[in-house]
Design a protein around this ligand. Structure first.
Ligand code: 3PG
Length: 391
């Protein structure tokens, strides 16, 4: 695809689709990582003398019904503060009727409120396209959605290019997956096998060690004949877990199974943590973390790896007493010489909690799009850029 950095943007009307879908509380942005990540493309276009428009979705608003809570105002406040000047936020923009000066940035209100946005209606996409000379897709976090501002506009804009963040995200994923330094280790945590099954299947064919964590690991413990008590476990997927273990073993790869676990009796912030051998889990136990022996084993694997891909914590790390496993893994990721790539909301929360943000080679800004890429799915918003570049 064409990259924004390859284009002459002076005097051009540039429409950037960013993913600034950030958490907002009481009108304030509580985590600005996605805004920071979007600023490079914005600043590049401004420096190049373009007339810059940027939009994003925020939340999942009802189409055609703008409410104050849907507004990008909190995002604009962050950008304005960064840039040290006022930034115009344009509420009604689909039909144009506003001017942007060269070297000026305007923010176009939450695009997901627009009629036809979510369903990727051509008429809406054509209106967006009519606003610009160059469309820049930089919303990697929304690249798995074919919507009018991520996909439709790219069909109709005079030029459609990839932004700096989108390009960087794809390069990091390619480095980890297409031709990874070996051994390659993937850590997939989270509560359910069912929501990550395609990811697990895709990664099981690529990596030397597939570390499963959280509720997912319980199904694998059960698949290897362990009692998991009252732990979160998907019984119907036990045979699937067995098949995955066999498939990996057959090609000399492994899914390490925990030898010790940290249990409680109920899901509660004050629940005491009890360390047990994986074979000693009682019928009324709930597994909330891996034990120190298992965590150390995974840490050793990470230290010897060439590539580590991390999505999902291995325990209930929001409760400190069940966070030691995730902490040990985070520390190994911070200290290994491997290329490390992490993504997903819970994973980033763990990275922040254990303060290793600067020690991970690449942290994706995406959740769903990151997972779909791992599954090997085509990201429609990227595919259309490639189609346009191919002519
Ligand atoms: C995300 O937060 O994963 C992206 O911004 C996409 O949001 P969505 O799932 O509401 O489309």
């Amino acid at each position: 695809f064409i990259r924004v950095t390859d284009l002459d943007l002076a005097g051009k009307r540039v429409f950037i689709r960013a993913d600034m879908n950030v958490p907002v509380k009481d009108g304030k942005v509580t985590s600005d990582a996605r805004i920071t990540a979007s600023m490079r493309t914005i600043e590049h276009c401004l420096k190049a003398g373009a007339k810059v428009m940027v939009t994003s979705h925020l939340g999942r608003p009802t189409e055609g019904e703008f409410k104050e809570a849907d507004s990008l105002k909190p995002v604009v406040d962050v950008i304005a503060q960064r840039m040290g000047k006022n930034i115009r936020l344009i509420r009604e923009w689909v039909n144009g009727g506003f001017d942007v000066a060269e070297g000026e940035l305007v923010v176009l209100e939450n695009c997901r409120v627009n009629a036809g946005e979510k369903k990727n209606v051509d008429e809406t996409a054509k209106k967006y396209a009519a606003l610009c000379d160059v469309f820049v897709m930089d919303a990697f976090g929304t690249a798995h959605r074919a919507e009018a501002s991520t996909h439709g506009i790219a069909k109709f804009a005079p030029v459609a290019a990839a932004g700096i963040l989108l390009t960087e995200e794809l390069e990091a994923l390619e480095k980890a997956l297409a031709n990874p330094a070996r051994p390659m280790v993937a850590i997939v945590g989270g509560s359910k096998v069912s929501t990550k099954l395609t990811v697990l299947e895709a990664l099981s064919e690529k990596c030397e060690q597939l570390v499963v964590g959280g509720g997912i690991a319980n199904t694998f413990l059960k698949a290897t004949g362990h009692n998991v008590g009252k732990s979160l476990c998907e019984d119907d997927l036990v045979p699937t877990a067995q098949a995955l273990i066999e498939k990996m073993t057959a090609r000399g790869a492994t899914i390490p199974i925990a030898v010790d676990v940290v249990c409680g009796k109920k899901f509660d912030a004050n629940e005491p943590a009890v360390l047990k051998d994986a074979g000693d889990v009682a019928d009324d136990d709930m597994i909330f973390d891996i034990g120190p022996k298992s965590a150390q084993e995974i840490a050793d694997i990470i230290m010897k790896a060439g590539t580590v891909l991390w999505n999902g914590p291995v325990g209930v790390f929001e409760f400190d007493q069940f966070g030691e496993g995730t902490k040990t893994i985070a520390m190994a990721i911070a200290n290994t010489n491997a290329f490390t790539l992490a993504g997903g909301g819970d994973t980033i929360a763990a990275i922040q909690k254990y303060d290793i943000y600067d020690k991970v080679s690449y942290i994706s800004t995406a959740g769903g799009a990151f997972l779909e890429y791992l599954e090997g799915k085509v990201l429609p918003a990227v595919a259309i850029l490639e189609e346009r570049a191919a002519g």
